[in-house]
Structure formats: C-alpha cells, structure tokens
Design a protein around this ligand. Structure first.
Ligand SMILES: [Zn+2]
Length: 82
C-alpha cells in the first residue's frame, strides 16, 4: 500500500475530525545529541536519525497539526483502524 493511500484516515483514539494529512519517510540528520521519540502505535522508542515514518494529522480549523513518529508501515496499519 502506498503511503499516500493513508491520507484521510483517522488514527485509533481520535475523533473523525482528525485525519491523516501526510505520511512520509523521515530521518533526522541534525543530530545534536540523541533525538528519540516513541512510536504512536506500539510505544517503542525510535532513534529519529534512523528511518521511520512521520505522520502529520490535521484537525479542526484553527487547531495545530500534530506530528507523530511511527516505526513503519506495520505499525501504521494497526494505528489507523477506521
Ligand atoms: Zn511501532
């Protein structure tokens, strides 16, 4: 499944007004110290300088977009359950 096909879906635990705007492969190169994040699906710790997926969610107008890091597509499939 292409990453663009996840657009418009709603993640687990969110209302239907929150949808995926964009999924992109992500890798941080600006390593001033270890940058880490937690996968929004499984909670595993991610090293942000290693490849993972960056998911941008859109919400109601006037609310800020949220950015989420996920391990990879298997976690994305579990997280987007709509
Ligand atoms: Zn994960």
């Amino acid at each position: 499944m292409a990453l663009s096909e996840y657009t418009g879906r709603t993640p687990r635990g969110y209302d239907q007004e929150t949808t995926v705007e964009r999924v992109a492969p992500h890798q941080r190169w600006d390593v001033d110290g270890e940058r880490q994040g937690d996968c929004s699906n499984c909670g595993d710790e991610l090293q942000l300088r290693e490849k993972h997926l960056l998911v941008t969610l859109t919400r109601k107008p006037g609310r800020n977009a949220e950015r989420h890091h996920l391990c990879g597509q298997p976690c994305l499939d579990e997280w987007l359950v709509d």
